[in-house]
Ligand binder design. Structure first.
Ligand SMILES: Cc1cc2nc3c(=O)[nH]c(=O)nc-3n(C[C@H](O)[C@H](O)[C@H](O)COP(=O)(O)OP(=O)(O)OC[C@H]3O[C@@H](n4cnc5c(N)ncnc54)[C@H](O)[C@@H]3O)c2cc1C
Length: 402
């Protein structure tokens, strides 16, 4: 049997992927509950200083690097109380709208102003979100707090919250060994094959509303009255027509910055602790010294043990490491890919709200979708959310014309 490893591998939780899970259910993509456990370490030995044992926290925490029993107990109590405190702040903010200024401050300001215990934020929150957002720990300090803690002023009626929403919700993964390929097939099934053009970079869009032409190196497509761009914001800025009515949009698109992320799939077990009782689904290794891969300086290396729970990989060992601090042994590398991922800032979030959630979308028949237009951390949920938003706007424009 052939097994596909999605790059990167994904877990989906009902807490913050309601739209994506709904779409997968509607498309008959098989899902299975798949618990998620993870561990943090900073030592070369990779012995974790904190392990999260899963089931939305019900299975508790462990601190294997701590030798004294009493100290270990105190640390587990400290981390548990700090997490409960953080959840209370988030729930008050998210459901009762107690702290409206959270949407205007950085994550670092949030931790200081709301008295998040320092060791908990430095040892758990910052590395965790650095891994989730595939950016440096220092980038997480500058991250808009509202994206992580939750926002409730929505133009699209969508909520996002990556702390309280996890409680009581399970993680799921795609049950088919063909992974996300099943999703692509289900979603593209109704589109005639001769209308799908793959591996064809669009270099520019020429013309003006309602006659646009898409141009690649060797061919052209069109004319089109409406164009939906699902390209990264900086690419969209470079290919949209140079017309005057799109100049504000072009300027806004340039405020969305992207950063590189490396994902390596391999069979080198030296990226996880040697002892099986210390192994979990995901291992976060913090950067302690200058890494071999310079672009990963300050990042948190995360290794997913792909075979850990997979019913399709009983006899092989496969790991997927995101932002490795060093390369796995050459003969163990199965594949490696650099990705570009959106890194939000307070300015780009403001642009998103003012321009793209507002009247900017659809100017001259040019539309934008992608995770950079979602409400929270840039994840797949944002892609579905922005796509639904564009469809609704297009339908209401058409209805208004009739
Ligand atoms: C390492 C890593 C791990 C992640 N883990 C998760 C996770 O577990 N869960 C989750 O929900 N999200 C995760 N994400 C985030 C998620 O993958 C992204 O948010 C999502 O893929 C962004 O979708 P997008 O459509 O906005 O952009 P992209 O996925 O970047 O898609 C843009 C597309 O535009 C195409 N393109 C670019 N230039 C051109 C051009 N000139 N002409 C035509 N096409 C062009 C590209 O080929 C690409 O297909 C992860 C991201 C990374 C990098």
């Amino acid at each position: 049997m052939q097994v596909r490893f999605p790059r990167p591998y994904r877990w989906l939780t009902l807490g913050y992927y309601p739209r994506l899970l709904g779409l997968l259910n509607e498309s008959n993509v098989p899902l299975r509950p798949d618990d998620l456990t993870f561990a943090f370490s900073r030592e070369e030995s990779r012995i974790p200083y904190l392990i999260y044992n899963g089931l939305t926290g019900l299975k508790g925490l462990s601190v294997p690097a701590t030798k004294s029993y009493l100290l270990a107990l105190l640390q587990v109590i400290y981390y548990s109380l700090a997490f409960i405190y953080l959840c209370i702040i988030c729930l008050l903010h998210y459901h009762l709208h107690f702290f409206p200024r959270i949407k205007d401050i950085t994550f670092e300001q949030f931790c200081t102003d709301y008295f998040i215990p320092q060791q908990f934020s430095q040892e758990v929150l910052v590395p965790l979100y650095s891994a989730v957002c595939t950016c440096k720990e220092s980038d997480i300090l500058k991250y808009p707090a509202g994206l992580i803690v939750g926002t409730y002023t929505h133009s699209t009626g969508t909520d996002s919250d990556y702390i309280a929403a996890v409680f009581g919700t399970r993680h799921y993964t795609i049950a088919s060994p063909r992974g996300f390929q099943t999703v692509v097939e289900a979603l593209t099934a109704p589109i005639p094959r001769d209308r799908i053009h793959l591996s064809m970079a669009i270099s520019r869009i020429s013309g003006s509303s309602p006659n646009y032409t898409l141009r690649s190196q060797n061919t052209t497509f069109g004319p089109f009255s409406q164009v939906i761009l699902a390209t990264p914001a900086p690419i969209s800025a470079s290919i949209i027509p140079p017309t005057r009515d799109l100049s504000l949009i072009r300027k806004a698109l340039k405020t969305f910055k992207y950063i590189p992320t490396l994902v390596v799939t391999h069979t080198d077990p030296s990226f996880i602790p040697t002892a099986p009782y210390l192994q979990r689904d995901l291992h976060f290794q913090r950067c302690i010294q200058s890494p071999q891969i310079k672009k990963c300086q300050g990042m948190v290396e995360s290794t997913h043990i792909v075979h850990f729970r997979s019913p399709h990989l009983r006899s092989s060992q496969v790991f997927q490491t995101t932002n490795p601090l060093r390369f796995p042994r050459t003969e163990t590398i199965l594949s490696q890919t650099w990705f570009e991922r959106y890194l939000p800032s307070l300015e780009s979030v403001r642009m998103m709200t003012e321009i793209f959630s507002g009247l900017g979308q659809g100017t001259g028949g040019i539309w934008f979708v992608g995770s950079w237009l979602g409400e929270g951390i840039p994840l797949l949920e944002g892609c579905v959310e922005s796509a639904e938003d564009v469809v609704e706007r297009m339908v209401s424009q058409t209805n208004a014309r009739l």
